[in-house]
Write a protein that binds this ligand. Structure first.
Ligand code: GMT
Length: 377
């Protein structure tokens, strides 16, 4: 099958999921065409089945804002026609779903029928999609999609709550290739960051306010009072400055390592003892799944789709949003108990295995087959 995948190329879960999905589909023999404004950052796999089409946005002095959605739509029309695609799969509704809708209409006028699937990822519904400046268009584009998926049941419920949805939404959870997270142990350099055997606590995100990274620092400071520990922060974004000031104010800055944006996720996780995810809202929490695949238990909030991924008292612990005392108590309990920690590490990996790509990819393939009427194998 020839599949067009539209996604954000930047650091963020939706782009990661779209890229990993495309690479896995290509490995299965599908021809996959990525369409985005720059090359997706995780796209580092070369195969005769993978293609990348950049969306150019032409500027003009009259434009205060670049009309990206129009450029994307035109690119979709062009790629579908010339590459003879069978299906479009867009990740993150804004503005990809409405661009795909428009492309489908234009293509129909040219005699080419193509279905499109919209995968909802989280903030396209829970934060931005609900905003009145986007809501009517997003609602329309979701209802007009030929297939809609949500990455968790919680996100599906939120979509039904915030929009007038007139069609089915299928839950297809996010996934990882679990084998990638076992290999990394050869490349683990824990001693570089924790030379005196300190516990390594990790957080990875895009540093948006929704992640409440200041809570990560507050939890870490409580752990740090009880035992030698290092906090590794990977990623970057608008909260970076606040996080740094808080770490200074709480007197832990010397034990906080800011790695910035990095692709070396497996290498960071393989040296971690615990992963913190303190988000205000989270449709899934892909980074916590990556941690669990690396045998790292997760201390998280219990918001959104996180409880579908991290199991309380099994792969980690869950607390109410903002309850840094509870999160720190759970973290310290686990870090101080080697027997419990060994069990949780095993459990985390086992829980992650339910989200292995081998389980999830067939769900997308079945949907593709249903919508195109084509046989997958
Ligand atoms: O987190 C964001 O700001 C946007 C978005 C993204 O593109 O990374 O994240 C969402 O999609 C991820 C992949 O499906 C999910 O794992 C994240 O939980 C979700 N973020 C939120 O719901 C805040």
């Amino acid at each position: 099958m020839k599949i067009g995948i539209v996604c954000y190329p930047t650091f963020g879960g939706s782009g990661v999921v779209a890229t990993e999905l495309g690479m896995a589909l290509a490995a299965q023999g599908h021809q996959v065409h990525f369409i985005s404004y720059s090359q997706p950052f995780r796209l580092d796999f070369f195969s005769g089945n993978l293609f990348y089409h950049e969306v150019p946005v032409t500027n003009y002095p009259l434009f205060e804002f670049l009309p990206y959605e129009i450029s994307l739509t035109s690119k979709l029309v062009d790629v579908v026609m010339h590459q003879e695609l069978d299906l479009l799969h867009v990740h993150y509704a804004i503005p990809h779903a409405s661009a795909a809708y428009m492309a489908r209409q234009i293509l129909a006028k040219r005699g080419k029928k193509i279905p499109f699937i919209t995968t909802l990822h989280g903030t396209d519904i829970t934060l931005m999609g609900r905003d009145p400046s986007y809501q009517p268009v997003i609602e329309f584009a979701i209802n007009e999609s030929d297939g809609v998926t949500a990455v968790s049941d919680s996100l599906r419920q939120d979509t039904l709550k915030y929009f007038e949805i007139t069609r089915d939404i299928e839950v297809i959870p996010n996934f990882i290739d679990i084998d990638n997270y076992a290999k990394a142990s050869d490349l683990c350099f824990k001693g570089m960051y924790a030379p005196n055997g300190e516990k390594v606590i990790t957080h990875i995100s895009n540093f948006r306010p929704v992640k409440r990274i200041e809570d990560v620092v507050r939890v870490f400071e409580k752990i740090h009072r009880e035992m030698p520990a290092k906090l590794i922060l990977a990623g970057d974004g608008p909260e970076r400055g606040n996080v740094e000031s808080l770490a200074r104010q709480l007197g832990v800055i010397q034990d906080v390592v800011f790695l910035g944006k990095t692709k070396a996720i497996e290498r960071i996780l393989c040296m971690s003892d615990l992963f913190l995810l303190t988000s205000e809202s989270e449709s899934f929490g892909l980074s916590s799944l990556e941690a669990m695949a690396s045998h790292v238990p997760v201390i998280s909030t219990n918001t959104g789709g996180i409880p579908e991924v991290n199991k309380h008292g099994y792969s980690g612990f869950l607390s109410n949003v903002g309850d840094v005392n509870d999160m720190a108590t759970n973290a310290i309990k686990l870090l101080n108990d080697d027997v419990m920690m060994a069990q949780f590490r095993k459990n985390a990996r086992e829980q992650a295995s339910h989200f292995n790509i081998s389980e999830i990819l067939p769900m997308y393939e079945r949907m593709y087959s249903r919508l195109t009427g084509m046989d997958i194998h």
